[in-house]
Design a protein around this ligand. Structure first.
Ligand code: HEM
Ligand SMILES: *[C@@H]1O[C@H](CO)[C@@H](O)[C@H](O)[C@H]1NC(C)=O
Ligand SMILES: *[C@@H]1O[C@H](CO)[C@@H](O)[C@H](O)[C@H]1NC(C)=O
Ligand SMILES: *[C@@H]1O[C@H](CO)[C@@H](O)[C@H](O)[C@H]1NC(C)=O
Length: 388
C-alpha cells in the first residue's frame, strides 16, 4: 500500500514536472488573434515593419537559434529595444499560449506579409508558420549569450555566404535572396552610425515599408559613391551624389547632403567586389564607383568597381522579377526562423480553450483554477476589443 502511494506520488511529480517544462504551443486560434494584434501595431507605427523583421533575424542568430532572447547590451542590437518592448507587452497578455521565440518569429512573418500585400505580388504566405521554438533560460532578461552578427563592411558575396552558411546553412542564392529584407526599414545614426533608408520615398512611395525586390534594382541600376559619415569616420556608406570635391571617394557625407537612400558595403557586396580597410574606406588605389548597369559610367576619374561577382546575376534576376524573388525570399525566411532541430510543428486548431490535464488539476483547488481562467478570458476579451 505504502509503496503504491510512493510510486503514485513519484509518477505525479514526474509527469507534472514534464508538463511544466513543456513550452506552450500556440494554436491556430492564438496565432490568428495575435495576427490581429500585430497588424494593429504595424498600422499604428509602420516603422515596426522593418523593426520586427530585423528582430527575428537577430533573435535567430547564435547558439540557441530563434530563442526569444536579445542582448540589448550588444551594440549590434541597438535600436531593437523599442520593438522587443512592444512585443513583450503582447507576450505578457498571451503568456502560456505562445513562447517568446515563436512570438518574435511570428511578428516578423506578419510584418513581411503585411508589407508585401501593398504590392501586386502578394505572395508571402503565412500558413507555413510553425510553432514550438523554445525560449532561452534567461528569456525576458535581455542579455543573451554572446552572439556574432555580420559586420557592415563585407567586401564580396563570399563573405556574406560564409556568414549565412555558418549561421543558417544557406547557399549563395538563399543568401542573396535573404538580404532583400533590407527593402524594409532604414539605418539610423544613433544605432549603427549609418543614416538613411534603402528605398527612398522619392524612389517609391512608402518605399521603406514595402517588401519587394526594388532593393536589387538599387544595387545594380544606380551610380553609387562612397562617403564617410561626418559623425563617425569608421562608417562609410554609399550615396547617390557624386564626390563634390572631385578627389578620392571617401568625401565627407555631409558635404554632399544625402536626401535619398543609401547602401552599405554588405548590400553592395552582393553584386560588386571591393578592397576596403577595417573602417570600410577604400584601400589606397582601390577607389571606385558602383556603376549602374543601365547608364554609362559617370564622368570622373574613378573607375567602376569590379562586377565579377557570383551574386550579380541573381541581383539582376530578382530586380527584374519580384515574383521570383518573393518566392525565394519566403522560402529562405522560413529557413531562417525554422530551427533545424525538427521540433517545430504546424499549429493545430483548438477552438475551445484546453483545460489542464486532470493530474495537474489535482494540485490546484479547481474553483480557483476556474476563476483564474475566467479572469484570463476577461483580459483576453479586452485585448481583442482594444481600439485601433
Ligand atoms: C550582412 C548581413 C547584414 C548586415 C551587415 C546588416 C546590417 C544592418 C544595419 C547596420 C542596419 C541598421 C540598424 C539601425 O541603424 O537601426 C540594419 C537594419 C535592418 N536589417 Fe539588416 N543586416 C544584415 C542582414 C539582415 C537580414 C538577414 C535581415 C532579415 C532577414 C535584415 C533585416 C533588417 C531590417 C528589416 C532592418 C531595418 C530595421 C529598422 O528599420 O528598424 N538584415 N541591418
Ligand atoms: C552551406 O551549407 C550547406 C548545408 O549546411 C552545405 O550543404 C553547403 O555545401 C554549404 N556551402 C555553400 C556554399 O552552399
Ligand atoms: C564633415 O563635415 C562636417 C560639416 O562640414 C564637419 O563638422 C565634420 O567635422 C566633417 N567630418 C570629417 C570627417 O571631415
Ligand atoms: C516572373 O517569373 C515568373 C515565374 O518564372 C513568370 O511566370 C513571370 O512571367 C515573370 N514575370 C515577368 C514580369 O517577367
Amino acid at each position: 500500500m505504502f509503496r503504491k502511494v510512493i510510486v503514485l506520488l513519484l509518477l505525479i511529480t514526474l509527469t507534472s514536472a514534464w508538463w511544466l517544462q513543456k513550452p506552450p504551443r500556440a494554436t491556430k486560434e492564438t496565432l490568428s488573434q495575435l495576427d490581429g494584434e500585430i497588424r494593429k501595431l504595424l498600422k499604428e507605427d509602420p516603422e515596426r515593419i522593418g523593426g520586427f523583421v530585423r528582430l527575428a533575424f537577430h533573435d535567430c542568430v547564435g547558439r540557441g537559434r530563434c530563442d526569444g532572447c536579445i542582448d540589448h547590451h550588444n551594440h549590434d542590437n541597438k535600436g531593437l529595444a523599442v520593438y522587443t518592448k512592444v512585443l513583450n507587452n503582447l507576450f505578457t497578455k498571451f503568456s502560456n499560449r505562445i513562447t517568446r521565440a515563436d512570438l518574435y518569429a511570428f511578428a516578423a512573418i506578419v510584418a513581411a506579409n503585411y508589407a508585401s500585400t501593398s504590392g501586386p505580388d502578394a505572395v508571402f504566405k503565412m500558413n507555413r508558420f510553425k510553432v514550438g521554438r523554445r525560449d532561452c533560460s534567461r528569456s525576458g532578461q535581455e542579455d543573451d549569450n554572446a552572439e556574432t552578427f555580420p559586420g557592415p563592411n563585407m567586401q564580396n558575396v563570399h563573405e556574406l555566404v560564409n556568414f549565412f552558411n555558418k549561421t543558417f546553412g544557406l547557399n549563395l542564392r538563399e543568401t542573396v535572396a535573404l538580404m532583400g529584407a533590407h527593402s524594409l526599414g532604414r539605418l539610423r545614426t544613433k544605432n549603427s552610425g549609418f543614416e538613411g533608408p534603402w528605398i527612398a520615398e522619392v524612389v517609391q512611395k512608402n518605399g521603406a515599408n514595402i517588401l519587394d525586390s526594388r532593393y536589387y534594382l538599387e544595387i545594380v541600376a544606380v551610380h553609387w559613391f562612397l562617403k564617410v559619415m561626418p559623425t563617425n569616420n569608421k562608417r562609410h556608406q554609399w550615396q547617390r551624389e557624386g564626390p563634390s570635391m572631385g578627389v578620392g571617394n571617401s568625401v565627407n557625407a555631409s558635404l554632399n547632403a544625402q536626401p535619398d537612400n543609401i547602401l552599405i558595403h554588405s548590400d553592395a557586396a552582393l553584386a560588386f567586389n571591393f578592397h576596403l580597410d577595417e573602417n570600410g574606406a577604400f584601400k589606397p588605389g582601390k577607389e571606385c564607383i558602383m556603376c549602374s548597369i543601365v547608364d554609362p559610367p559617370p564622368a570622373g576619374d574613378l573607375p567602376c568597381c569590379d562586377i565579377k561577382s557570383a551574386g550579380r546575376q541573381l541581383c539582376i534576376d530578382y530586380a527584374l522579377n519580384n515574383t521570383i524573388w518573393m518566392h525565394d525570399f519566403t522560402d529562405v525566411f522560413y529557413k531562417m526562423i525554422d530551427n533545424p532541430d525538427g521540433k517545430l510543428t504546424l499549429p493545430i486548431s483548438v477552438p475551445v480553450r484546453p483545460r489542464p490535464p486532470p493530474h495537474r488539476r489535482l494540485k490546484h483547488d479547481s474553483k480557483n483554477q476556474d476563476e483564474k481562467e475566467a479572469q484570463d478570458d476577461v483580459a483576453f476579451e479586452k485585448i481583442k476589443q482594444k481600439p485601433v
